[in-house]
Structure formats: C-alpha cells, structure tokens
Design a protein. Structure first.
Length: 321
C-alpha cells in the first residue's frame, strides 16, 4: 500500500496541463498548492478554483528557493514553457526551470519526505530513429539546435531526478508526455493543433510545415491526466510514456480540423523548421502493463471538444474571424 497523497504542490499549475491536474486533484479531495510565475500560464485557467477551500495559488518563480509551510505529500513539477514558439522566445527561462527549478523542487521533496513526479517529454527522444519510441530508447537530440533548450532541459531534469532518487532516496516518478491537446491550450503557442484551430476558425489559410507527412500521436488531456495520476500513485519510478499510440500525419490532422470546424480554409505549405521530428509515437506497453492505462477518448471526439473551447476563447478575445 502506498501512502495517501493528500497535500500536493503543482508547479506550473496555471498552465494547460497543470490546471487540469489541479482541477482533477481537487475533485479527488486533495489539498492543492499551485505555484506559477505566469510566464506562459494564465490566471484564467485556475480562476474557477480560486474560491475553493482546498486550493491556494501563489505567484512564484520556482527557480528560486521553494518553501512550503506544513506537511507535503507530493510535488508535481510541471513548470516549463513547452511550445516551439517558446524555444526561440524563452530559451534561458526553459533551461533555468529545467535545471534550477527541478533542483529546487527535488530539494523541497527531500526536505518534506514527499514524492516528486517530474513532467518530462517525448522530446527526450528528439528526431528518433526508432518508431514507436519505447522508454529504453536513448534518443537522438541536437543539443545546440533551437529545440535543444527544451530537449536537454528535460533530459537534464530526468538525470537530476534519478540522482536524487539514488543518492538521497527521494521517492520519484518520471512521466514522458507525448503530444497532448484539449481546452486551455495557449491560443497562439505555435503548436500544430492551436495553429490549425485558430486558422480554421478565422477562415485563414492553414499552415502546414514541410509536406505534412511528419507524424504525431495526439492524446486528449483527460486521458493524459488519468495516466499521470495512475503513475503518481503507482510504485513505478519511471520513466514512463503516456500518450496515444495512434499515429497521424500533420496533414491528416489539418484536414480533420477543417472538417470539424466546417471551415473554408485552404492548406498552404511552408518550410520545415530545424530538427523537426519526422515521427513521434509512444510505445505504451509499459503503461498498459503497470498502470492498466490506455487512452479512451477518440481523437475526433477530443478535437470536437477542443474546437468548441477554441471557438469560445477566440470570441472572448474578440479576434476577427
């Protein structure tokens, strides 16, 4: 029997994934402490939670010393900009939160005897030569490329997490998150689904990089959160892939979004960004075996829910359509 995890800190808790985690943990009777410096997180994401008696928010940069009064059962370290646009816009901040932020989060977990779950990424595999990617694959990353700031920050974070586990006995979990989508994504963050959704809703040309033949595996956010919480409460240290093994080309995704949005948008092609992965698909055999987990929400159903959220969010932003 693992110990009950009741008082939980979520770093980056006002972000896309962090806010969904906070909401789900509250629904499971946890006390949730949300830290976020709002660099890419948004107060809108957690505003509905602010009056909750078991929720607290602190505007804080977790690359600084981390202190929490009282007991703490778990630290979920999700703080980090994560979109391709951020790789060029916020490279130093990404490297700092992956290194210094992870160091501070692990130090807090060590001091409190808490479990730490690190949000890592499929980007650890880089532009892989193995498809699908199992956890045993070491990856193929360009450390000095534009994407390297994120890829290497997460690889370093994994190394530090395992060092604290081996050297200090900190109880850790590592989740490698594959492409995830759903409500509360940043509207203009440069990733495929937000770009395609925004362009389709506005009736603008949909921009596909390369020939659109590169593949991704898209997991709806509710499924991802379920997998993460199962890993958190399991006895498995990690790393573990959580994602959807269904592989789609980006051209297929663009066409699916045009159809769901009933959009007049046409597809236009642009040059491929540097080091853009040609394939991305998780091997989830380990998650199936250890967690009895696999995604349940069909991609098309998730896209319809996401489209409705994007349509409403763009209306509130009063962007011409």
């Amino acid at each position: 029997m693992t110990r009950p995890l009741r008082r939980i800190l979520v770093t980056g808790g006002a972000g896309f994934l962090g806010s969904h985690l906070c909401e789900r943990l509250l629904a499971e009777d946890c006390e949730v402490l949300c830290f976020d410096n709002l660099l890419t997180g948004k107060m809108d994401n957690v505003e509905p939670l602010l009056g909750h008696p078991r929720f607290s928010f602190e505007h804080y940069d977790v690359t600084n010393f981390l202190y929490v009064a009282g007991p703490l059962d778990a630290v979920l370290h999700f703080a980090s900009p994560a979109s391709p646009a951020d790789f060029e816009r916020l490279p130093i901040q990404i490297l700092k939160v992956g290194s210094l932020g992870t160091h501070k989060a692990l130090g807090l977990a060590k001091a409190k005897g808490a479990r730490l779950l690190l949000a890592s990424t499929s980007e650890c595999y880089g532009d892989p030569e193995v498809n699908p990617q199992p956890e045993t694959y070491w990856g193929r990353v360009n450390p000095i490329g534009i994407r390297g700031v994120y890829d290497e920050a997460k690889r370093f974070a994994e190394a530090m997490t395992m060092a604290y586990h081996r050297h200090h006995g900190v109880d850790v979990r590592i989740v490698r998150i594959f492409n995830t989508f759903g409500p509360r994504m940043q509207l203009h963050d440069g990733r495929a689904i937000p770009n395609f959704m925004t362009q389709a809703i506005r009736g603008e040309p949909i921009t596909v990089f390369g020939d659109g033949g590169q593949t991704r595996s898209f997991c709806y956010v509710d499924d991802l959160i379920e997998g993460i919480l199962r890993l958190l409460r399991s006895g498995y240290v990690g790393p573990m892939n959580i994602g959807n093994p269904r592989e789609m080309t980006l051209l297929e995704m663009a066409k699916a979004i045009i159809q769901i949005a009933d959009s007049p948008s046409e597809i236009v092609f642009r040059g491929l960004p540097p080091d853009d992965p040609k394939v991305r698909r998780p091997d989830i055999s380990l998650a199936r075996k250890v967690l009895d987990w696999e995604p349940k929400v069909p991609v098309e159903d998730g896209l319809r829910r996401t489209y409705e959220w994007f349509r409403d969010a763009l209306d509130k932003e009063q962007v011409p359509r």
